[in-house]
Structures are given as structure tokens and as C-alpha cells.
Design a protein around this ligand. Sequence first.
Ligand code: IMP
Length: 195
Amino acid sequence: MGKLIFATGNKGKLKEVKQIFENTSYEIIAPFELGNDVDVEETETTFEGNAFLKAKAIYDIYRTPVIADDSGLEVDALDGVPGVYSARYAGKNCTFDDNNNKLLKVLNNPSLPRTARFVACAIFYDGTKKIVSTGYLEGSIAHEKTGAMGFGYDPVFIPKGADRTLGQYSFEEKNKMSHRYKAFEGLKEKMKQLT
Ligand code: IMP
């Protein structure tokens, strides 16, 4: 119980995860709120591997229980690419828009299926115990970018059964169904075994 450090520098994710843990006895706090801007290099080849790298790096600094996540987009026509490389799909230092433009260009072939999913792996780590939870959001890649909400691939991702992109969802709507919501809700449930 008490403070739980969320190993992220992403203010949007921090807001999402603070909301998820709102009715618990945990207080979620990010390293940058403690004056520490830690950028952990994601060198693993799986979401779980990268999430654990972040959790361990922050745990080693603060010696306080940590949660961390890693997420990305898996496109079926590309055998799961960009996957763990989602942030850098269009190259080092690329923007979200560069990534979306590249994806739309690569999929610009009517014979390719457009199904895809967001994946998020959330981890709790306290130096000895490690708890893992994964969440998915199935959907497809739109033919063009729409909407200015959210971040990353949101303007080109249409959740299964929906008729608009995540870029057209409000923060509250997205945070009730996203891959990260499912991963952290699952993690929160599993963390009950700690009490
Ligand atoms: P990370 O989990 O911060 O390493 O995120 C990796 C990348 O996956 C992000 O930079 C985005 O490109 C993509 N991504 C992860 N979650 C989302 C989401 O909810 N919407 C849009 N893009 C996302």
C-alpha cells in the first residue's frame, strides 16, 4: 500500500493510470513528478521484457514498489510489425504523424487485410515479487487519419465494431476500453493478492 511509482514519462499514460487506481489505497506518482526524468532504453524484443526493464530501472533508483508498462500496435498484414518498435516505426526521432503516414502507405494495397490490435503489458515489481497483466484492443487500420484526440496511432485505429477512429474518442471513452485500461485493471485485480 502507499506510494506506487509508475515508470513513465508520458503524461497521458500517467493520467490514464491515475484514474484506474483512483479508488485504491495506492498513490500513483511518476519519476518526473519527483524531479527525475528517467529515460530507459527499450532493448528487449517483447512487451513484457521492455516493461520489466522500465520497472527494474526505476525500482533500482527508488527501492519503492513500481508499476510499468510497454505497449504497441500489431498489424496482421505485417506479421505483428511495428509491435515493440511502434514508437520508432518511421525511424529514430520520428513523430506520431510520420509513423501513421508510413503505416498508411505500407497498407495501401487492397489485397492486404487491415486487422490490427493494440497490446499493453503492465507489470508490478517490488524487488522480489513480479506481477504481469496483458491487455488487448482489437480493431483495424483506417484508410486515412481522422481525429485529433489521443496520441500515437489513435487517428488510424478503428476499434472492432466501431465506426470511428480512437482519435475521435474522448479521453474518458478511450480509457474505459483501451488495451492499457485492460492491462492495468487486470494488474490491479492481481495486486489484491499482495494485501
Ligand atoms: P510505449 O508503451 O510508451 O513504449 O509506447 C509505444 C508506442 O506504441 C507509442 O509511441 C505509440 O506509437 C504506440 N501506442 C501505444 N499505446 C497507444 C495508444 O493507446 N494509442 C496510440 N498509439 C499507442
